[in-house]
Ligand binder design. Sequence first.
Ligand code: OSB
Ligand code: MG
Length: 368
Amino acid sequence: MKLERVELLHVAIPLVTPFRTSFGTMTSKDTFLLHVVTDEAEGWSEFAADPEPLYCSEFVAGAEIVIRDFLLPRIAALPELTAAALGPAMAKIKGHELAKAAVETAVLDAELRAHGMPLATFLGAVHDWVPAGVSVDIKNSLPELLDDVERYLAEGYVRIKLKIEPGWDLEPVRAVRERFGDGLPLQVDANTAYTLADAEHLRRLDEYGLLLIEEPLEENNLHGHAQLQRRIATPVCLDESLHSARDTASAITMDACRVVNVKPARVGGYLEARRIHDVAAAHGVPVWCGGMLETGIGRAPNLALAALPGFTLPGDTSASSRYFAEDITEPFVLEDGHLPVPRTPGIGIDPLPDALRRFTTARRELYR
Ligand code: OSB
Ligand code: MG
């Protein structure tokens, strides 16, 4: 393929309810889409991070500059544009996995559309439907939390994840267990809110039979997570600390990570995400697909990945209605606790022109 044009569309889509975590509160999904035009096909992707670097070091305005000034010139210089060639072409640019993932995914979408192949087929998906979990944010009160969990369970979600932070951890977990029983698949996500000094406190979560505790300690503190795992029975799962298949191999070897949250954006794209799946599967470590409150453009390819055989735990890939009253694509709808894996070429979905027009706040041509 030959790269002809790359367009960036800033979008802002209101969330149905604010989403509060240990690192901040979001009220809208405010990011950009990339639209790549080649001589053979077009592709779409969504940048996964937010306007502020609170979840990770990348952010919307910074990613636009990185893509425009450092990534696109390198891929435009390739004699033949393929998704596989992008990793090596972008490797000299340090970090910026989420920006690289946006570029790679849009090119991969175009390439697969040119070949008439669905992303699920390309990645090696073995399921047509994937079980959906839901990530429940930090609430102002326990009754509010229990109401939300009850509603999600009534909608069919098969696993609940509670966001936790110091002051909102043992009580909400105990309340959810008391109300919904020991059979409910339940896990927690701290988004780096604790330190190793909290190990004895976190050990008190052991009695609640959680599937896992996600990223309790500082980003990239693999040693600390291994130390913590020696002191608690709940399996430690890493999110923020894993940026590559190599990180994942190191973390597994150190026993810093007994479960892996795979977010393709966090690891530079779907090709590296598949390698992480392979590394974890080879070690018998379960993986699941994380989320970043994506619009349908980011959700569709995540569902393809979540259909790989090593994704043995339900992910944070919830239905569109969990996030948005109106999405930028046809919505993904929960059926019996599952979401369908897109089976048309590429990522298998396009923005709806009318919704895209209304949600777009700025449009810039990054390459021509
Ligand atoms: O840590 O998994 C996380 C949302 C934004 C940023 C980080 C995280 C999350 C979630 C929600 O937990 C996942 C989702 O429903 O998309
Ligand atoms: Mg997380």
